[in-house]
Write a protein that binds this ligand. Structure first.
Ligand code: 2AL
Length: 244
């Protein structure tokens, strides 16, 4: 039996529940999915500042997962915040939803485009595509300019706005697939795939299945080199409890 801890790094409980629902929908019946979010940090992650302030809470959830015996982790935010630091704490695999979605996109087509939330996050998306080796495969990054916490607000008309943006991205970029650039769009995926006519990829689902597969293959984070556990050290002030 595989136990996956799916971490929403922001503190919006409603998003955590939606993310958990999406992960359970694709996981094997025998897999235990625990969806959590930190008690501290930003209510949504839409800037570098938000992302930086989300990492301590994320790492606290990784530490809690280690204590609870989690076999692997999903970081369910499209900026993949704290991914490398999380890998230093986790014994099992840690997969970010951007990393997972981009890899999946390159397995079903040559080029993909990303449809994300605020325009100010598009640079981070391009940085991640480059980091993961997909600078050429990423044909475009388009922002719907709907704030993360308004995606599930019917008055934002987010589903139609995102669907129209996906369709125009296919036309303009000539991409073979679309990657959804926010965990808050996960519930849109199935409907969008039907409407847009190309694979629409949600990183929550892909990351969940990737972690499940890695664990079932007995693959854990390598602790020999870069992702070895951090050495003993004092952390002052608000972070005093983060000594490992
Ligand atoms: N591009 C994004 O806005 N990503 C996200 N912000 C969040 O709070 N969760 C996400 O997935």
């Amino acid at each position: 039996m595989v136990h996956i801890r799916v971490i929403n790094p922001n503190t919006a409980r409603t998003m955590t529940e939606s993310i958990g629902h999406r992960a359970r929908a694709v996981a094997e019946p025998s897999t235990i999915v625990t969806a959590v979010n930190p008690a501290m940090g930003p209510e949504s992650i839409e800037s570098h500042y938000d992302e930086a302030l989300a990492v301590p809470g994320l790492l606290a959830e990784i530490a809690a997962g280690e204590a609870a015996g989690a076999d692997g982790y999903v970081i369910a935010c499209f900026g993949d915040p704290g991914l490398d630091a999380a890998r230093e704490l986790a014994s099992g695999p840690v997969v970010g939803i951007a990393e997972a979605a981009m890899h999946a996109a390159t397995l079903v087509g040559r080029g993909f485009s990303v449809v994300t939330t605020l325009a100010r996050t598009t640079g981070r998306t391009r940085d991640l595509a480059a980091r993961y080796g997909f600078a050429d495969a990423c044909r475009g990054v388009h922002a719907c300019d709907i704030p993360v916490l308004e995606l599930d607000d019917p008055s934002s008309n987010a589903r139609k706005v995102v669907a129209d943006l996906c369709a125009s991205a296919v036309d303009r970029d000539g991409c073979d697939s679309i990657v959804l650039g926010c965990a808050g769009m996960a519930s849109f995926c199935t409907d969008l795939s039907r409407r847009v006519g190309v694979p629409v990829i949600d990183g929550v689902a892909v990351a969940t299945k990737l972690v499940e597969s890695l664990v079932s293959l007995g693959l854990r984070t390598s602790t020999r080199g870069e992702f070895a556990r951090p050495g003993p050290k004092k952390y002052a002030g608000l972070l005093r409890d983060f000594s490992v």
